[in-house]
Every structure is written in C-alpha cells, then in structure tokens.
Write a protein that binds this ligand. Structure first.
Ligand SMILES: Nc1ncnc2c1ncn2[C@@H]1O[C@H](COP(=O)(O)OP(=O)(O)OP(=O)(O)O)[C@@H](O)[C@H]1O
Length: 261
C-alpha cells in the first residue's frame, strides 16, 4: 500500500435503513469514508451493497438515517444534486451510449461541467467555443490516462467488455469527482483486464486524489487495494475495518469469506 495521506471524513453514512415492501434491504447501517481513501463494501449476493450505493448517490431514498457529505447533511438528495456536489458513479450494467464514440461518451459525462447554454453550444460561438476546447482537452487527458487513445473514435458498443468498463470509468472521471462510487468495476473481466482496472483505480486515487468507494466480489482485489472494508450481510453491517481486521473476523468468515463467493 502506498504511503498516501488519508484525510478527514468526507462522507458519513448514519443509521441508514431501506425497505422495499417487506424486504429490509438495509438495516441501521453506519460507516464513514475518509478523504483519499479506497473504501470497499463487500458481502454475499443480496447483502445490500448496490442499495447502499444507490442511497449515497440519491437513486434511493432511505427509510431512515442520513448522509453527510463534506459537512452537509441530507436525508435525501436527487442524483443530479449529488453529482453536482462531486459524487460520480459507475454502474454494474454500464451506463454508456453504445452507438456513440468513446470521446462523445466522455464528453457526455462532462456535461455537468458545461456552463454555457445549449443555444450557444449548438452554434459553437463565443464563450461556448472556448469552453468546448477546454472540455475536449480535459477529456483527451482522461483518454491518455486510461490508455484508450486507439479507440477514441470507436463506437463503444464495438469495444470488448473490459474496455467498455474502462470507458465507463472515464465517463465518471470526466465529472472530476471528489468521490467516485464504483459498482463492481471488475465484474466479468479476465485476469489481465482485472489487473489493468486495479492499476487504473489505484492511479485515479493517487494522481487525482479521488476518494473511492467500491463494491467488488473479487476478494483478492478488495483486500489488495482497499484501505478499509465494510462488510454487509442480509442488509446488516457485520464488519468494518482494515482488510486484515476484516479477514480475521469470525462473523465475516462465516458469512462471506468461508462460503466461496
Ligand atoms: N428495487 C428493488 N425492489 C425490491 N427489492 C429490491 C430492490 N433492489 C434491491 N432489492 C432487494 O434488496 C436486497 C439487497 O439487494 P442489493 O441489490 O442491494 O444487494 P447486493 O449486495 O448489491 O447484491 P448483488 O451482489 O447480487 O448485486 C435484496 O434482497 C434485493 O432483492
């Protein structure tokens, strides 16, 4: 693990519960995330991991509890407000425009940062033209960073799955987030693609200073790259600590590590 500096609490999840009809997807979950940290959420299928991310980024409204982001507490925010506050997300089932090129997908991810109005943008005149140049330069930086220069103009749907996941990461990075939520960034990847994705996640954390919260099933990956891990089981928190602490918890071993997930 690098000698990076972990900072203050940037995201504080307090007593979150979420119910779907009779199903308690989350029950009284509390944990925090510190600036510059890589924080993993793990747990067996149906444990509530995606529901937790959906509460953090405003897709779901928790039945109880609150989330504090950079000192501002809210019990519900919509997804756009959360994004504007600096939280970006990738999805388990990619959120890309398959028919559009890599560069256009990244520009779409940049949309939130574009200040000029649609009319000026369409005409590409005045401040809108200057702004577009700046945004394209930033997107090109991401393309170089993620080593996808050769695919800049390729429609995303034609790329292998591993590269599509990388473009999805790029789309989220185009927002220049302070906190990046990654929902199973390595799902469906082969070993080499996983190694590449691991390297990119560590580099994003290191070079951009982005705080990362990730859900991942591959335990090797989680234990290798995370600073701290939250463990969920049936919607309850059963573990929270460094990878070593979590690895040694009997409750965690019983619920998760020992079951061959
Ligand atoms: N929109 C929904 N409507 C009803 N129940 C839901 C909904 N989303 C999730 N659930 C239920 O909430 C519980 C937690 O699901 P969730 O998808 O958050 O778990 P998970 O840990 O992300 O699972 P997986 O690893 O399989 O993705 C499950 O029992 C699931 O069936």
């Amino acid at each position: 693990m690098s000698k990076k500096k972990i900072g203050e609490v940037i995201l504080d999840v307090r007593n979150i519960s979420l119910r779907f009809g009779g199903v308690n997807a989350l029950t009284d979950i509390s944990f925090n995330v510190r600036e510059h940290e890589i924080r993993a959420i793990i747990g067996p299928n149906g444990a509530g991991k995606s529901s937790m991310l959906n509460c953090i980024n405003g897709v779901y409204t928790p039945s109880e509890g609150s989330i504090t982001f950079r000192g501002q507490t809210f019990s519900h925010m919509n997804s756009r407000q959360v994004a504007e506050m600096g939280v970006a997300r990738t999805f388990q089932n990619l959120a890309l425009f398959k028919g559009m090129s890599v560069i256009d997908n990244l520009m779409a991810g940049r949309n939130l940062k574009i200040k000029s109005n649609l009319f000026l943008q369409a005409l590409r005149i005045g401040p809108a033209a200057r702004e577009e140049v700046q945004h394209r330069a930033f997107v090109e930086r991401i393309i170089d960073f993620l080593e996808i220069q050769a695919h800049r103009k390729t429609p995303v749907g034609q790329l292998p799955y591993g590269l599509q996941k990388r473009v999805d990461l790029g789309r989220a990075l185009a927002m220049e987030p302070q906190v990046l939520l990654l929902d199973e960034p390595m799902a469906g990847m082969n070993v080499e693609e996983k190694q590449d994705m691991c390297r990119f996640i560590l580099d994003v954390n290191d070079e951009f200073g982005t705080t990362i919260v990730l859900i991942e099933h591959d335990m090797g990956v989680v234990m290798d790259i995370s600073d701290r891990v939250v463990v969920l089981d049936y919607g309850k928190k059963i573990g929270d600590g460094t990878p070593d602490e979590v690895r040694q918890s009997e409750e965690v071993i019983r619920a998760y590590l020992g079951t061959g997930h």
